[in-house]
Design a protein around this ligand. Sequence first.
Ligand code: FES
Length: 122
Amino acid sequence: MANITFSSPIMHEQKTVYAVAGDTKTILALAEEHRIPIPFDCKDGNCASCLIEVTYAEPSVKKGIHLTEKEKAKLRELGKITAAEIEDAEVRDMPPRYRLACQFIARDEDVTVSFTGEPGGA
Ligand code: FES
């Protein structure tokens, strides 16, 4: 089970929700289910409205990172991921700082998801 804490200046307070182990919901789907207002448009990795910043409770522990080609390309286009971060994710399973909420599936790790409330404004 993962604790996902959502944090944004447009929320009155942080909200923590629990993602059940083996759940394949994206962070955006979890946010919608709990009425957390992460902006979105396409839900398919194309528009970057759902850009989030992710911090991990245990940043030095390796994660099962899965970045699709589409997400990598979009994050690169936005200047939100470096070649070194892509290599860290793919070779060393170390997560990048920014993700697209519609592409990110929480696994067993506890994370804090931050967003500004502006589309693409993490
Ligand atoms: Fe468009 Fe996530 S909603 S990239």
